[in-house]
Design a protein around this ligand. Structure first.
Ligand code: SF4
Length: 216
């Protein structure tokens, strides 16, 4: 693990309690996975994560201190410069920070706000859609699972089916359930996911379609 991958959350005082956030990247693209697959959305990737999934495809986001702090007003201006009708806030682990100011400014501009989180930290702010993607290294808080619109479990190996089943009892009845093959394990796990979803049809298959479309 090199230094770039060390966890380093930006101090709460420096973020002015969520009015400034470390931004890894932001861009207008197509949602590639989960319930909103195929819909255009503006993505905001926030830096900082201490969960350290070994298969993480966003390790550059772990160390928040290497990413520039941006004011939420500037972030909102960038969103408004595009035709985006929804914003996906992802990471890293965005819930490390107070997301209330960011969630508010997005909604005040009549744009839907969607959150992608491991659920390991208390979620602040009002969200139109919360996707909780539980991770082994730091399990999700039950209070977050109770707010989930979508439960999305990345399947790296067979053990992840039982891991997924463990969390589904905590989410609301209308929560959308997804199993998504970890990209490097696609060939091995995709057929097993297909069999699992056929046997337990409350689950759905999610694919990282943006990787096939070769878009961010
Ligand atoms: S929670 Fe997400 S960003 Fe953090 S290590 Fe795991 S996959 Fe990567």
């Amino acid at each position: 693990m090199n230094n770039q991958h060390n966890f380093n959350k930006v101090d709460v005082a420096i973020t002015e309690h969520g009015k400034k956030l470390p931004i890894v990247e932001s861009f207008y693209s197509i949602q590639g996975e989960g319930f909103h697959t195929g819909k255009a959305a503006y993505f905001i990737r926030i830096g900082g994560c201490d969960i350290a999934c070994h298969w993480c495809d966003s390790k550059v986001s772990w160390n928040a201190s290497i990413h520039p702090l941006m004011r939420i007003e500037e972030i909102a201006e960038n969103v408004l410069a595009t035709p985006a009708r929804s914003v996906v806030v992802t990471g890293g682990e965005p819930a490390l920070y107070n997301l209330e100011p960011l969630s508010n400014i997005i909604r005040e501009n009549q744009i839907a706000n969607f959150l992608e989180t491991s659920g390991a930290y208390a979620i602040k702010g009002k969200w139109d859609w919360i996707c909780v993607s539980p991770k082994h290294n730091k399990e999700p808080l039950i209070i977050n699972l109770q707010r989930a619109n979508e439960l999305k479990v990345v399947v790296f190996d067979e053990g992840d089916f039982a891991f997924a089943e463990r969390w589904k009892d905590y989410v609301p009845e209308n929560c959308q359930l997804f199993l998504q093959p970890e990209f490097s394990q696609f060939e091995k796990m995709a057929p097993k996911i297909v069999d699992f979803v056929k046997a337990f049809p409350q689950w759905n298959v999610s694919l990282q379609s943006h990787k096939y479309l070769d878009i961010p």
